[in-house]
Design a protein around this ligand. Sequence first.
Ligand code: SAH
Length: 240
Amino acid sequence: MTAKIRLFVDHPLGASQSVPLDRDQAHYLFGVMRQAQGAKIALFNGRDGEWIATVVNAGKRSGELLCETQSKPLQTPPDLWLLFAPIKKARTDFIVEKATEMGAARIIPVQTEFTNAERIRQDRLQAHAIEATEQCGGTFVPEVSDLQKLDRMLDSWPADRHLLFCDEAKVGETVRVQDLPQGPWAILIGPEGGFSPAERARLQNNACAHSISLGPRILRADTAAVAALTLWQQHLGDWT
Ligand code: SAH
């Protein structure tokens, strides 16, 4: 049984579970995607895996689906956080979308000394993570946090979590991921202006931090995020 359309619902999923649709979801499924009663849709909620459900009621402003069988179990990504300094809106959206596809478990926008953004729209970024999960076939939606101060995060950094400090000052050095230990990790990507000398000094003194070069060229923050996620996933994550 296949279903092409995947939809995130914030509702429990299980055998014979009825799932009501809100106005936006009904509009999307029946108005935009032209689905009708009897259609099969793949549903996920980030907790119960993916379920094939049949449309039993297709209204203009509401609807109802009935779960039949589980088509995928919940697949949780490795324990990897992505910390990044938000940049321009479209590039920040890109980072959240790509981090979701690449399998980050948590996405944390951080304010560094040279970060321009004062605030972010957490709800919009979370919606991007949901959309990216719908599109990439995932069943787990990473939580996007509200903007955190990097300093504060480092004040209370969990001692068991390694930090992959992507340091532009290491540009041109050999990229070394083969010596990194296993365990919970976080990747840290700076803003367009890079890290301040004080931040760099502080990170260098942090026992959890491992600074790393991302090759011979300076990458834009969005490229750097994807490159670091690739290296990490290939070496320590679930790509192997
Ligand atoms: N304006 C800075 C570059 C910032 S690039 C400068 O010219 O030096 C944005 C972020 O991407 C950096 O803070 C770093 O986290 C990451 N990054 C980009 N290129 C990198 C590289 N070659 N090695 C390590 N990190 C890099």
